[in-house]
Write a protein that binds this ligand. Structure first.
Ligand SMILES: [Zn+2]
Length: 557
């Protein structure tokens, strides 16, 4: 017996030595040393060093352990900086962000006068007749919190049509020239799922809501391939600069997918894209024939989801509620798609292996979405494997909160929406309904995960703003004192996980992404300070030192 044990021991020893010798000084691409590496693995281990070969992590450990085994072509000394699994934005719009960078950026503007001045400046450098486009106004940040009027725009722009999107994209402010070109007059009726706001005399005021926006949008000259490529690159580089390694692009068309592939083939893509196809669209009809595109070019692009809209937004009172808006009696908001049509799309998606991602803000929109998902998924008897998502899940009725966990449906939420909306959201929905609003902790307590994102260009791209909002429920001046409905705050770990692991799960990528472990994609975000330990009010000020996507340094400070 003793002899057998000794010989087994000897064999095992020889095997270990053999592997060690073989591994000793293996040549690899890169080692990162002297870091504080938050791996977010199952033990929440913290390491010093990471070894990268090609586009993958091949080992993690101490400096000594990895230097013992590997001879890297490239050593990156992190000088104590903290390393996180590459941040993911679980819901955003890349092309929209590119447009925001190129057009007039109205984010953060505080008055109509400030906006009119920006439009006037742009007209000076534009040709007569050119469209003047902008995005980001929010009447809730003005002194008089009412929708604007075409007359202010007409004063500076008679010959140029002007279209300014509201911050949430669910309303536009246009001038008379744009209304004239779109043939919108006092005689025009509201399109289904949309509203042409009219004054007491019945003439359009210049504000269009939801589906009425298309009346003007469809006459704006379409973007060329070059326009799209330029905008995608602008936005993706902005993402990499701010530490994002992947974005879930919520609503893409055929042309955008084509250009993504071109950019990727040319090696110009600085982040990964997980795309949801717009419904209805030519792209969706085509993808239903071919099925999903998974891990194109080593996982840089995946197209395996479809994006639906159940309602509008809270800011423009287009979100669908069971009862009237508390500050607009008689208005329950709009649903944008019928249950029957949605059921059809869901069945098609299920059959072809697509994930469904549905925009739902109001309690009624969320309930209907969960009902349709439940009906279609239950017939399939595979409730939990499909990971269908509700985008925003913003104001939920209490009864619906546990349904996410029970049905295996994933809420995809935007922490900065809470801190952007907190000054007026309760006025819209009242003290009772707000309890199910932005209710992160109530959802996490049911055992569900939350996918976090920003919804840029609706909010800023910076994921640290979202992480800070999730942890504090305060604005960047630290207001209100203990946070808005502070019981709904996430812990630091929960917040970071929602922007890494949970977002990766929401894209079926958890075996490749979301933690720093051997075998996973080398997607890393390196910060100048330790956001797990630093004073909480410093979290949003952290600077990105370096962003690594697929083993490649795509941004360096
Ligand atoms: Zn969105």
């Amino acid at each position: 017996m003793k002899k057998i044990i000794i010989s087994i021991f000897a064999v095992v020893l020889i095997i270990i030595l053999y592997f060690l010798m073989n591994r000793t000084h293996r040549e690899i691409d890169t080692i990162l040393i002297n870091g504080k590496v938050y791996s977010f693995d199952s033990q929440n281990s913290i390491y010093e060093a990471i070894a990268i070969q090609g586009s993958n992590i091949i080992a993690v450990g101490s400096n000594a352990q990895l230097e013992e085994i590997f001879t890297p072509k490239n050593i990156i000394d992190l000088q104590g900086k903290s390393v996180f699994p590459g941040f993911v934005d679980g819901h955003a719009h890349i092309l929209g962000e590119g447009g925001k960078i190129e057009n007039i950026d109205l984010m953060g503007t505080k008055s109509q006068d400030e906006i009119i001045a920006k439009v006037a400046d742009r007209i000076k450098i534009s040709k007569s007749g050119d469209w003047i486009l902008g995005r980001g106004w929010d009447q809730n940040s003005w002194e008089k919190k009412e929708f604007p009027n075409k007359t202010q725009l007409d004063a500076v722009s008679k010959n140029n049509p002007v279209l300014l999107r509201r911050v949430d994209g669910h309303a536009v402010w246009v001038n008379s020239k744009a209304l004239e070109l779109a043939k919108i007059s006092s005689l025009s009726n509201n399109p289904e799922g949309g509203k042409i706001i009219k004054d007491n005399n019945g003439s359009p005021t210049g504000v269009l809501i939801d589906n009425a926006i298309d009346l003007v949008n469809k006459i704006i000259p379409p973007l060329t391939d070059e326009d799209i490529e330029r905008r995608l690159l602008l936005a993706m580089n902005e993402c990499a600069r701010l530490g994002l390694t992947e974005v879930h692009d919520m609503g893409v068309d055929e042309q955008t997918i084509k250009i993504y592939k071109k950019i990727i083939d040319e090696g110009k893509c600085s982040i990964r894209i997980y795309a949801a196809i717009d419904y209805p669209s030519e792209a969706w009809s085509n993808f239903l024939k071919t099925g999903p595109l998974i891990d194109y070019n080593n996982g840089i692009l995946t197209v395996r989801a479809v994006k639906l809209y159940m309602d509008g937004a809270l800011g423009s009172r287009g979100a669908a509620f069971f009862e009237s808006y508390s500050d607009d009696p008689g208005n329950r908001g709009l649903t944008l798609i019928s249950e029957a049509e949605m059921e059809k799309v869901c069945k098609d998606a299920l059959e072809k292996g697509f994930q469904v991602c549905t925009h739902a803000i109001g309690d009624r929109a969320n309930s209907i979405t969960l009902d349709v998902y439940e009906k279609v998924l239950q017939a399939d008897k595979n409730l939990n494997g499909k990971r269908w998502r509700v985008e925003h899940a913003q104001i939920l009725s209490m009864d619906d909160i546990p349904r996410f966990k029970n049905l295996g449906i994933l809420p995809s939420m935007q922490p900065t929406h809470a801190t952007s909306d907190m000054d007026w959201a309760e006025k819209r929905v009242g003290g009772e309904r707000i309890k199910g609003g932005y209710a992160w902790k109530s959802i996490l307590n049911t055992g569900s995960i939350i996918i976090s994102g920003s919804d840029f260009p609706v909010e800023y791209v910076n994921p640290l703003f979202g992480i800070y909002s999730a942890i504090t429920r305060q604005d960047q001046n630290g207001k209100p004192d203990s946070g808005w409905y502070p019981a709904q705050r996430m812990t630091r770990e929960e917040a970071i996980k929602s922007f890494t692991q949970s977002a990766s799960f929401g894209a079926f990528q958890e075996s490749n992404k979301g933690s720093i472990e051997a075998g996973k994609w080398a997607d890393l975000t390196i910060l100048d300070r330790d956001i797990m330990k630093c004073p909480v009010n410093e979290i949003y000020q952290a600077q990105v030192e370096m962003t690594i996507t697929a083993g490649r340094v795509v941004y360096k400070k």
